[in-house]
Design a protein around this ligand. Structure first.
Ligand SMILES: CSC[C@H]1O[C@H](OP(=O)(O)O)[C@H](O)[C@@H]1O
Length: 401
């Protein structure tokens, strides 16, 4: 089968642990380079194993949906957009290898079953569920078309999955630029520059590239308007200390790592202009599920009168849920909290609660919700999105796949 026109060429590695090798250059951004969490070419999918960052930079091939589902559940690859991309591209690899069938009906059923497996891996982020609904619809509609063959069904699903890569990168560029401009207009830049505090990892390691909240920081830096970044370590998985710090150092963006417990003091004494975080699921009223610790950052930002922004593509929005109370919050193994690099740090016998996310009420998102379509107040989101990108109908939860 001929590859869809936009398949990515395989890229170089990411070099040594401390000095990662430079890889593809951002479109329209002279001089900056990017890390790649995902490497894809027709029939081949590799992920950067993020459990080993920042010490070791190694790519792992994923040849099946089962392997992708295991890698997502283990958080070798994480980040709402990256999870959806890896899930869908793993299905594309399987289909190109001839999996599924024989016959149109069994091929469509195979696609639906594989997508269910991927959606179940991590339930809070909506991106995989949204992509699964869309891909299942693409497969079913092609199979119903007069003259359809197994080949055409495979090709339609593969092209849809490959399209997602380019779209995510383009969306992140828009999120970065729109968010940077809004932030500069709505805060009081000292000397024309702003200081931003961010949480978890929302950069190239959580997406197809550039990032969402970290994309805003990249755009500010590219405009010469970023004074400084504070990134929180983001216990217990340490996405900030291990991944965001890695990206910021890699691109020589001025930044300081702080513990999660230092965030209030940083907002009180370090001239923070704005807080910008990512999202795993933004619902219709603007309530947002994001990495655990986000909710308290929003409370502290409100106390200090610092604008609090959520940056997320429309693919992270779920208008079929009215409020954040409906969002399923993933709970993760206690070892992620009791152990550090395989060494136990918590007292034996202590009970553990380890929710991977919390929900920030829309009232605390005072800066706005930055999407690729624009920056919206929470109360504007539903109208802004439902007109432009959301095909209503099938709900995400009861995927009739
Ligand atoms: C653009 S990534 C969005 C989101 O995903 C991260 O969660 P995880 O690392 O557990 O997959 C974090 O909540 C980011 O804000």
């Amino acid at each position: 089968m001929a590859p869809c026109v936009h398949a990515q060429a395989p890229a170089a590695g990411c070099g040594s642990a401390t000095q990662p090798e430079r890889v593809a250059v951002w479109p329209n951004a002279p001089g900056t380079m990017r890390l790649e969490s995902i490497r894809y070419s027709p029939g081949s999918l590799q992920i950067l194993n993020q459990l080993q960052l920042p010490e070791h930079c190694s790519y792992e091939a994923l040849g099946s949906v089962q392997q992708a589902s295991e890698a997502i559940r283990a958080m070798k690859v994480r980040g709402a957009p990256a999870i959806a991309l890896v899930g869908c591209l793993s299905l594309a690899v399987e289909l190109r290898a001839g999996a599924g069938g024989p016959g149109l009906a069994s091929l469509v059923a195979f696609v639906q079953n594989q997508l269910r497996l991927l959606v179940a891996a991590r339930p809070t982020a909506v991106n995989m569920a949204r992509a699964a609904r869309d891909l299942a619809r693409v497969a079913a509609r092609e199979a119903e078309r007069k003259g359809a063959t197994e080949e055409t069904v495979r090709e339609r699903v593969i092209c849809f999955a490959e399209d997602m890569l380019e779209k995510d990168l383009k969306d992140n560029r828009n999120i970065g630029d729109l968010g940077a401009r809004h932030l500069l207009e709505h805060t009081n830049p000292r000397g024309g520059k702003v200081t931003v505090l961010t949480h978890c990892n929302t950069g190239a390691l959580a997406t197809a590239g550039y990032g969402t909240a970290l994309g805003v920081i990249r755009s500010l830096h590219e405009m010469g308007r970023l004074e400084h970044t504070f990134c929180t370590e983001t216990r217990p998985y340490n996405q900030g200390a291990r991944l965001t710090a890695f990206e910021l150092v890699y691109e020589q963006i001025p930044a300081t790592l702080i513990t999660d417990s230092m965030a209030a003091a940083a907002m009180a004494h370090q001239g923070v202009s704005a807080v910008v975080v990512g999202a795993d699921r933004v619902v219709a009223n603007g309530d947002t599920a994001n990495k655990i610790g986000t909710y308290q950052l929003a409370i502290v930002a409100k106390h200090h009168g610092i604008p609090f922004y959520v940056a997320a593509p429309s693919s992270s929005c779920d208008l079929q849920l009215e409020t954040g109370r409906e969002i399923v919050i993933e709970e993760r193994p206690s070892q992620e909290l009791t152990d550090l690099n395989g060494v136990r740090i918590a007292a034996q016998g202590i009970r553990v609660w380890n929710p991977a996310f919390d929900v920030t009420p829309h009232e605390l998102i005072t800066g706005g919700i930055i999407t690729e379509l624009g920056v919206f107040a929470p109360e504007e989101l539903r109208a802004a999105l439902s007109a432009s990108v959301f095909s209503e109908g099938q709900t995400l939860d009861n995927l009739q796949m």
